[in-house]
Design a protein around this ligand. Structure first.
Ligand code: TLP
Length: 363
C-alpha cells in the first residue's frame, strides 16, 4: 500500500516551479542541433523572440541569471573599474563576487531605502578616473528588486537614471530577473522597461516557470562578444533546444498569469500583517513578501524549521527577515494556509499542527 506524503507548500522562491505538461511535451518534440555551432533551431527561435519582445537587436540564451549578469557586467567594464549598484542588489550579495572574479571590477553599493535606485542615489558614487580614483563605467539596476520585497522601479525614475548615466558615458545593465513582474505591475511592456538599458538579463526559470535558463538581450555587437564570455564560463550548451522549447512557452504564455501571483502575495501579506511582532518591510507590489520577525523574539531559522514540520517551506534571508515568494505552483488557498501556519508557529507555546495535505499545483 502506498503511503500518501504531504506535498509541501513551497514559498522559498519562484525558482522551484516544475515544468508544466505543455513544457514537457515541447521538450520531447523540440527540434535540436549543436548550439555552439549556432545550429539549434529552437535556441535561435527563442533568442530571436526574446530580442523582438524586448525591442533589442539580439539575445543570448544562458543557463542561469548569474551567468547573464556576469556577462552583462563584463561587456561594459574594464578590469579595475567600478560599477554602482543598490546596496542589496543580487549582483552584489548573491552572486559569489562574480563581478570581481570574472571581470575584475569593484562594486560600489549605494543604499536606496525603498529599494528603488534613483539617479540622486547613484550620482554621488560615480567616479571619474584620477590618480586617486578608479573610473565608474557601469550602473547595475534590478527591477523588480528581490531583496526589497519585489519592489518595482517606476518608468520615470528608470528613464532619468538611464538618461543621466548615458549623458556621462556610463553604461546601464538591467538585472531583470523578474522584469515581467515589473511590467505586469506597471501595465507596460518589457520593451518599455528595457528601452534605454544597454543590456538586460531576464530569467525564464523563475515566475515564467521554465526549468532552466535566462536570456541576455542587447545590441548585436554586444551579444556577439557575449558568446565568447558564455563559452569561457562553461555556458556553451549543445542540443539546448530541449530547454529553449520551454523558454518559448515561458515567453509567450506565462507573463499573462503573473497578476495571479501578485494577488496571492498580497493575500499572504494581508493574512500575516497583524501577527504580533511581525513587520512586512515593503509594500507588496509583485510576488515577493519580506517580513521582519525580530519583534516575535524568534529566529528565522527556528521559524523555518517549525514551518517545515507543518509542510510549509519558507526561508530566512538573514538573522531578522524571512521571504515568501508566490508562483505558478502555489494556489491562493495554499498561501492562506501557509499564513495560518506562520501565525500558529509564532504563537507563544504553539504545538506543531498536522502536516498539510494537498497538491502544490494550481488547478
Ligand atoms: N535569485 C534567487 C536567489 O539567488 C536569491 C531567488 O531565489 O530569488 N537576479 C535576481 C534579481 C535574482 O533574484 C536571481 C536569483 C538571479 C539574478 C540569479 O538567477 P539564477 O539563480 O538563475 O542564477
Amino acid at each position: 500500500m502506498l503511503l500518501t506524503t504531504p506535498s509541501p507548500i513551497d514559498l522559498r522562491s519562484d525558482t522551484v516551479t516544475l515544468p508544466t505538461a505543455a513544457m514537457r511535451q515541447a521538450m520531447a518534440n523540440a527540434e535540436v542541433g549543436d548550439d555552439v555551432y549556432g545550429e539549434d533551431p529552437t535556441v535561435r527561435k527563442l533568442e530571436w523572440r526574446a530580442a523582438e519582445i524586448f525591442g533589442k537587436q539580439a539575445a543570448l540564451f544562458v543557463p542561469s541569471g548569474v551567468m547573464g549578469n556576469t556577462i552583462g557586467i563584463k561587456l561594459h567594464t574594464q578590469h579595475g573599474e567600478e560599477f554602482v549598484c543598490e546596496a542589496h542588489a543580487h549582483v552584489l550579495d548573491w552572486e559569489l563576487s562574480m563581478s570581481a572574479w570574472f571581470s575584475g571590477v569593484f562594486a560600489r553599493p549605494v543604499a536606496a531605502t525603498d529599494g528603488v535606485l534613483r539617479w540622486s542615489d547613484v550620482a554621488p558614487a560615480v567616479r571619474t578616473a584620477s590618480p586617486h580614483n578608479a573610473r565608474t563605467s557601469l550602473i547595475c539596476v534590478e527591477n523588480t528588486h528581490n531583496m526589497a520585497g519585489g519592489i518595482v522601479t517606476p518608468v520615470a525614475v528608470a528613464e532619468e537614471l538611464y538618461a543621466e548615466a548615458h549623458a556621462r558615458g556610463l553604461k546601464v545593465h538591467l538585472d531583470g530577473a523578474r522584469i515581467f513582474h515589473a511590467a505586469t505591475y506597471l501595465g507596460v511592456s518589457v520593451a518599455t522597461l528595457a528601452r534605454h538599458a544597454d543590456t538586460v538579463m531576464f530569467c525564464l526559470s523563475k515566475g515564467l516557470g521554465s526549468p532552466v535558463g535566462s536570456l541576455l538581450v542587447g545590441t548585436a555587437e554586444d551579444i556577439s562578444r557575449a558568446h565568447s564570455y558564455r563559452k569561457r564560463l562553461g555556458g556553451g550548451m549543445r542540443q539546448a533546444g530541449v530547454l529553449a522549447a520551454t523558454g518559448l512557452i515561458s515567453l509567450e504564455e506565462m507573463p499573462r498569469r503573473l497578476q495571479e501571483d501578485h494577488h496571492h502575495a498580497q493575500a499572504f501579506a494581508a493574512a500575516i500583517a497583524d501577527i504580533p511582532g511581525l513587520a512586512i518591510t515593503h509594500e507588496v507590489q509583485t510576488n515577493i513578501v519580506i517580513f521582519d520577525v525580530t519583534g516575535t523574539g524568534q529566529q528565522p531559522e527556528a521559524i523555518s524549521a517549525r514551518l517545515r514540520a507543518m509542510g510549509v517551506l519558507l526561508n530566512g534571508i538573514d538573522n531578522a527577515r524571512m521571504r515568501a515568494v508566490t508562483h505558478y505552483d502555489v494556489s491562493l488557498d495554499q498561501c492562506r494556509r501557509a499564513a495560518d501556519c506562520l501565525r500558529h508557529v509564532l504563537q507563544p507555546g504553539a504545538s506543531p499542527l498536522e502536516p498539510l495535505l494537498g497538491s502544490t499545483r494550481l488547478g
